[in-house]
Design a protein around this ligand. Structure first.
Ligand code: SAH
Length: 254
């Protein structure tokens, strides 16, 4: 029997964001692997085994899931948001590339999910309506100098920038340093969107200008979108503002 490994995106939170495809793959799995809080989001089903592991144990988790699939089981590995965005799909591919040959003949599927930047953008309007890029601010897997270079290049080229992993207990200063870096390139009035726990009960979305954006507004569950010089804010009486980036391109100063 050939095993199957599905790497499944759960979306940003509430089960409403789970796609029917993801739900069907979860239902068909005999065994689920993932970070504990993400596993808790998968609807409970009898006769499924669940293997919760710590957030930082991605490689070991991917290898354990592959071993079980290679033994013939239907296995699911879950990620929050989309599994291909700073998440488990790459970890699984890394293990397949360096692992035993038998892992290459497994049936592997990646099931997409709504990633945090799309969920946050949708809550506030259309900040990603023109060219944009996404960066993880975590310097656990790449040097901080690389992050600075990418921030310079992205802001200098006029991209809207989605920042994943802005801050954590072990990375307290990185978000403030990134904002300082972006201030070198972007006007003080640039809109900055903080989307926290979007799609969950404690969701909170806030818009400030770049000169007022501070580290205290972000935590591990926050996705930050830094506008480009073209990004606009429509103020509305009695309603949240709409933040959007027009579809027309603008000149970028070098
Ligand atoms: N695979 C995930 C991202 C994992 S990196 C995805 O596609 O969304 C973890 C980071 O994602 C967090 O630090 C935060 O920046 C962001 N994030 C994940 N879920 C979020 C949510 N519900 N609301 C806001 N940001 C979220």
């Amino acid at each position: 029997m050939t095993g199957r490994l599905a790497v499944i995106g759960l979306g940003p939170g509430d089960v409403r964001y789970l796609t029917p495809e993801a739900d069907a793959e979860l239902a068909a799995a005999q065994s689920l692997y993932g970070y504990g809080p993400y596993l808790d989001r998968a609807p409970a089903r009898a006769s499924q085994s669940r293997h919760a592991s710590d957030n930082r144990e991605e490689a070991a988790r991917a290898a354990a899931a592959l071993r079980e699939a290679a033994a013939g089981a239907r296995v699911a590995v879950v990620s929050g948001g989309d599994p291909g965005v700073f998440a488990m799909a790459s970890a699984v591919c890394e293990e397949i590339e360096s692992g035993p040959d038998s892992w290459r003949s497994l049936d592997v599927v990646v099931v997409p999910g709504v990633t945090a930047m799309l969920a946050v953008a949708a809550k506030i309007g259309a900040p990603l309506g023109h060219d944009f890029c996404a960066l993880s601010l975590s310097d656990n897997l790449k040097p901080w100098e690389v992050i600075e270079r990418r921030l310079d290049a992205a802001a200098g080229a006029g991209f809207v920038i989605a920042l994943y992993n802005p801050i954590s207990r072990s990375r307290p200063w990185q978000f403030g340093a990134a904002i300082d870096r972006l201030r070198r390139h972007l006007p003080a009035s640039t809109p900055v969107v903080f989307g926290r726990a979007v799609g969950r009960g404690d969701e909170h979305v806030d818009v400030v200008t770049l000169d007022r954006a501070g580290a205290t507004e972000a935590d591990m569950a926050t996705l930050v979108i830094v506008g480009s010089p073209a990004t606009r804010v429509i103020r509305r009486e009695g309603r949240a503002p709409l933040v959007y980036t027009p579809r027309t391109s603008v000149e970028v100063s070098a």
